[in-house]
Design a protein around this ligand. Structure first.
Ligand SMILES: NC(=O)c1ccc[n+]([C@@H]2O[C@H](COP(=O)([O-])OP(=O)(O)OC[C@H]3O[C@@H](n4cnc5c(N)ncnc54)[C@H](O)[C@@H]3O)[C@@H](O)[C@H]2O)c1
Length: 396
């Protein structure tokens, strides 16, 4: 049983708490820190938590607490992590780990020096659909992964600090791109080095200094390409979609809108529909179990199992650091309009991976380019002569 201190009682703190104490969970939030007394008290009452405080260190140092869950604005993650190191308490931190790679690296170095458990709460690589898709990719069902695309767009976050570049560290590219980068990186292989990025970002709609829309390409050392599409200006709810293309197959994932649950209401009795839904009348796309569909249940199960088994979880502060480093390069590319290298002071994956270009041999003389059954019933082959390079077509 994990005994948790929750830091932050806002949007994600409550989603996490619903997951942590959901169903017949053994795990319990035993202390809550919130900036304002009334929020701390309300959270403590809602989640039957005995201890509340407006002093962050008091929550971390509470004698019953063995694990800390950071659900604070981005600019407060580092101070919270350092306090956990001081108290020698296991720590899990929401995304993005840092506002930039420098901050993330300081957090990673601190937890590793302190020798404490560290988990990066990237829920979208724990959704049931993602886990199943990843297992298919790992089993080779898609062959060599060539392209992994992830899209997260919605009408914008719900608290003021997100819209302030200094507190948040960036706009939608950092806020949503961190999910997308880790999704694509997981499909391509977390041991494959992201080497350079090309990115466009702009502020198209909102009166803010940060970007509200961005699209980026992340090139990996083995030749695979990651792609993200993120926006705080999308209308119509929370759009979460991934696409993976391999030499032997394809996966399309739609995690939130249009997932097979369509509902119409004139508005009578209309209430909460799903995260960031923009309407509660007309045709709606509710989500059956948001906690599960968004990966929170599987994520916390991995975190607590990892602690009990004395292993690292699927997502650690190191992963958070890599994601921040990729996004730092995206901000540089967006400004320079050039491909920019991903600067990694720490890299623990493979080095010097060759770009793969396997040629499919058809017989001794030819490589196979394509094989197809035509609508008029004959089998067509497009082949390349291994010696001359000539491309020929054969109808069998
Ligand atoms: N899917 C996800 O993983 C996901 C979703 C949303 C948010 N997040 C992350 O969770 C973190 C918190 O986001 P949120 O949406 O819960 O924010 P929020 O504004 O709803 O909640 C932040 C909480 O932090 C506490 N706090 C302490 N000091 C504060 C200060 N100086 N200013 C503001 N709040 C202060 C308050 O208790 C507040 O309730 C962010 O890092 C965000 O990126 C993750």
């Amino acid at each position: 049983m994990a005994k948790i201190a929750m830091l932050g009682s806002g949007f994600i703190g409550r989603f996490y708490a619903d997951s942590l104490q959901g169903q017949r969970s053994r795990d319990k939030i035993v202390s809550i820190y919130s900036r304002r007394e009334e929020s701390a008290k309300k959270f403590a009452a809602d989640y039957k938590c005995d201890h509340w405080t407006t002093d962050m260190e008091e929550a971390i140092n509470h004698p019953d607490v063995d694990m800390v869950c950071i659900s604070l604005p981005n600019n407060l993650h580092e101070a919270a992590v350092l306090a956990c190191c001081k108290a020698q308490k296991a720590v899990m931190c929401t995304k993005p780990l840092g506002r930039n790679a420098e901050e993330a690296k300081r957090m990673m170095d601190a937890v590793e020096k302190a020798g404490i458990f560290n988990g990066y709460l990237e829920d979208l690589v724990y959704t049931p659909k993602f886990l199943k898709a990843l297992a298919s990719v790992k089993s080779g069902a898609l062959g060599r992964i060539l392209w992994a695309k992830s899209r997260e767009t919605h009408p914008g976050p719900h608290s003021e600090w997100f819209w302030d570049k200094e507190q948040a560290g960036g706009g939608c590219m950092l806020d949503l791109g961190c999910h997308c980068v880790e999704i694509a990186r997981s499909f391509i292989g977390k041991d494959i080095k992201p080497i350079e990025v090309m990115c466009w970002s702009d502020t198209q709609v909102k009166p803010i200094d940060a970007e509200d829309h961005a699209i980026g390409l992340v090139k990996y050392e083995n030749g695979a390409i990651g792609q993200f599409e993120v926006s705080w200006t999308f209308r119509g709810g929370l759009d979460l979609r991934d696409e993976v293309m391999g030499s032997e197959g394809t996966i399309w994932l739609n995690s939130f809108l249009r997932t097979g649950f369509d509902m119409f209401t004139t508005g009578k009795g209309a209430d909460y529909v799903a995260e960031k839904a923009e309407s509660n009348t007309g045709w709606l796309f509710p989500v059956g179990d948001e906690l599960n569909e968004l990966g929170y249940n599987h994520m916390f199960a991995d975190m607590f199992n990892a602690v009990e088994e004395g292993r690292a979880p699927q997502e650690t502060f190191y992963d958070g650091y890599i994601v921040n480093a990729v996004l730092d390069a995206c901000y540089r590319s967006s400004a320079s309009k050039q491909w920019e290298p991903v600067k990694l002071d720490v890299w623990r994956g493979k080095e010097g991976v060759e770009k793969e270009k396997p040629l499919t041999s058809y017989n001794e003389q030819f490589y196979l380019i394509k094989e197809e059954m035509t609508h008029f019933g004959s089998q067509k082959l497009i082949l390349k002569d291994k010696k001359t390079g000539q491309i020929v077509e054969k109808v069998i």
